[in-house]
Write a protein that binds this ligand. Structure first.
Ligand code: PLP
Length: 431
C-alpha cells in the first residue's frame, strides 16, 4: 500500500494546521505513522486519497451506525439543503427530533439541541449546578466528557480527590470544584461526597465508558451510585454521547435499570452532522433559559440540516430495532475472532462488546477502571494497528478508543478482519 499522497497532504496540512489535524487523536501520535487522508466513504469502507480501501471500524468515532452514504440520510440532507442552510429561527424538524428522543426515554420530558457533545455536557453541568445551587461535581478518571475547562481534569497528586487541570490553559481555579473518583469503585465516590465542602451538584459518568477502551459500569455500582446521589441530593448525569443509540436504541438503559436525571447525547443523533443534545424531566429543564434563569444558547443550535440527518437516522433505528442484535452478533464474532487469533500466538487479550460497540486490550486481566486500562500493552497495540492498517483494516488509532460496527459491516468483512488480525499478529510475533 502506498501512502504517498497522504504523506504529502499531511506535511502540507501541518504547515497551516497545528499537528496537521483538527482533533488531536487523528494525528496517529500514539501509534505512529501517517494518518491516511480520506477521500470518500462507501458503505462499510473508506477510501483514502492514494486509492487504498479500508474496512472502517471507526465510523467517524461513532456517529455512522448506517455506514457511509446511507441513501435515506443522504436524501434527507439534500432535500433540506435546498431550502436553505440555517435561519437561527425555530424549524419543525427540531421538535420532531426532540419528540423521538422523549418518546424513547421515560426520564426525559424535554431536550435542548447543541452542536457537539462537548457543548451538551458543558451545558448539562451548568444546568445541574444552577438547579442544585451547588458548585462541586464528581467525575471518573478515564471518562471523557469533551474538552470544556472544568472537565479537563486528571487525578491530583497522591490520594487527592480534587482534580488538577490536565491541560495548560485551564486555570486550577476552574477545576477545583471537579472531584475525581475511580470507575466501578463506589467507596471512591463516597469519599468525594464526604470531601466536598460546598456540596455536590452532580455526578457525571459514561455508564458504558468508551473513552478508556470499552469498559461498562457494573450494574451494582450504578445502583449504588444512584443511591448515593439520592442520599446527598445530587443529580446523576449519564453521558451517552457515545453509547446513546449505539449500545442500544436506549443507550445504556437496555443494560441497566438505573435512571439518570440528565442525559447527554451526540454522535449518532446527528447521523454524521455536528449535533449534541441534553435532556431531563420537565422540572429540571424548566430552569433553562428562556423558561428559567440558567443561560445556554447557540447560533447554529438545532441547525435544520443537522437535525434532518439526525431525524433520518433515528427514524431508521426506531423502525428497525432488531438492528442492534444483528450488530451485536457481528461485534461479538469479531471479538471472538481476535481472541482466537491472539490465543494462537499466546498473546493475552481481553474483549468487551455492548451492542455495536467493541473493545479489546492486550492484557491478561479484566479491565474495570482506568488504572487497569493503563496496564495494557500499548506498544503491541501500536504494532497491531499499523499491521492491520496496511492490510486494509481501519481501527481506532489508540488502545483507549472504542470500535464500532455499522449495518454496512457485513459478515464477510468481519471474517476478513479476523483473518487479517491473525496475519498481523503472526507478522508481529515472527519479526
Ligand atoms: C465524543 C464524546 C464527547 C464529546 O463530544 P464532541 O462531539 O467530540 O464534542 C463527550 N462525551 C463522550 C462520552 C464522548 O464519547
Amino acid at each position: 500500500m502506498s501512502y504517498k499522497k497522504s504523506e504529502e497532504a499531511f506535511k502540507e496540512a501541518f504547515s497551516v494546521i497545528p499537528g496537521g489535524v483538527d482533533s488531536p487523536v487523528r494525528a496517529f501520535s500514539s501509534v505512529g505513522g501517517t494518518p491516511p487522508f480520506i477521500d470518500r466513504g462507501e458503505g462499510g469502507y473508506i477510501i483514502d486519497i492514494d486509492g487504498n480501501r479500508y474496512i472502517d471500524f471507526v465510523q467517524s468515532w461513532g456517529p455512522l451506525i448506517f455506514g457511509h452514504c446511507d441513501s435515506d440520510i443522504e436524501k434527507a440532507v439534500i432535500d433540506r439543503v435546498k431550502k436553505g442552510l440555517s435561519f437561527g429561527a425555530p424549524t419543525l424538524v427540531e421538535t420532531k427530533l426532540a419528540k423521538r428522543i422523549v418518546e424513547l426515554f421515560p426520564n426525559i420530558d424535554k431536550v435542548r439541541f447543541v452542536s457537539s457533545g462537548t457543548e451538551a455536557v458543558m451545558s448539562a453541568i451548568r444546568l445541574a449546578r444552577g438547579y442544585s445551587k451547588r458548585d462541586d461535581f464528581i467525575k471518573f478518571s478515564g471518562c471523557y466528557h469533551g474538552h470544556s475547562d472544568s472537565l479537563l481534569v486528571q487525578a491530583g497528586s497522591g490520594m487527592a480527590t480534587f482534580g488538577s487541570p490536565s491541560s495548560p490553559g485551564v486555570p486550577a481555579d476552574l477545576t477545583k470544584h471537579t472531584l475525581l473518583a475511580r470507575y466501578n469503585d463506589i467507596e471512591s465516590v463516597e469519599k468525594c461526597f464526604s470531601d466536598s465542602r460546598d456540596g455536590v451538584a452532580c455526578v457525571i459518568i459514561e455508564p458504558i465508558a468508551g473513552n478508556m477502551g470499552l469498559v461498562p459500569a457494573d450494574e451494582e455500582f450504578l445502583v449504588e451510585l444512584r443511591e448515593l446521589c439520592n442520599r446527598y441530593g445530587a443529580l446523576l448525569i449519564f453521558d451517552e454521547v457515545m453509547s446513546g443509540f449505539r449500545a442500544s436504541l436506549r443507550g445504556s438503559q437496555e443494560f441497566t435499570d438505573v435512571k439518570a436525571d440528565i442525559v447527554t447525547f451526540g454522535k449518532v443523533i446527528g447521523g454524521g452532522m455536528p449535533v449534541g443534545a441534553f435532556g431531563a424531566n420537565r422540572d429540571i429543564m424548566s430552569h433553562l433559559s428562556p423558561e428559567g434563569a440558567i443561560y445556554q444558547a447557540g447560533t447554529l443550535s438545532g441547525n435544520p440540516i443537522a437535525m434532518s440527518a439526525g431525524l433520518a437516522s433515528l427514524e431508521k433505528l426506531i423502525s428497525n430495532p432488531d438492528i442492534y442484535s444483528t450488530l451485536e452478533k457481528r461485534a461479538k464474532r469479531l471479538m471472538e475472532g481476535f481472541k482466537e487469533a491472539s490465543r494462537e500466538f499466546n498473546i493475552p487479550m481481553v474483549t468487551e462488546v455492548r451492542g455495536s460497540m467493541f473493545g479489546f486490550f492486550f492484557s491478561d486481566k479484566a479491565v474495570k477502571n482506568f488504572d487497569d486500562a493503563l496496564k495494557n500493552n500499548s506498544e503491541l497495540f501500536a504494532k497491531f494497528h499499523g499491521a492491520m492498517l496496511k492490510r486494509g483494516i481501519y481501527l481506532a488509532c489508540s488502545s483507549y478508543e472504542t470500535g464500532f460496527v455499522s449495518t454496512q459491516t457485513t459478515d464477510d468483512m468481519i471474517e476478513e478482519a479476523i483473518l487479517m488480525a491473525r496475519e498481523s499478529l503472526r507478522e508481529i510475533v515472527e519479526s
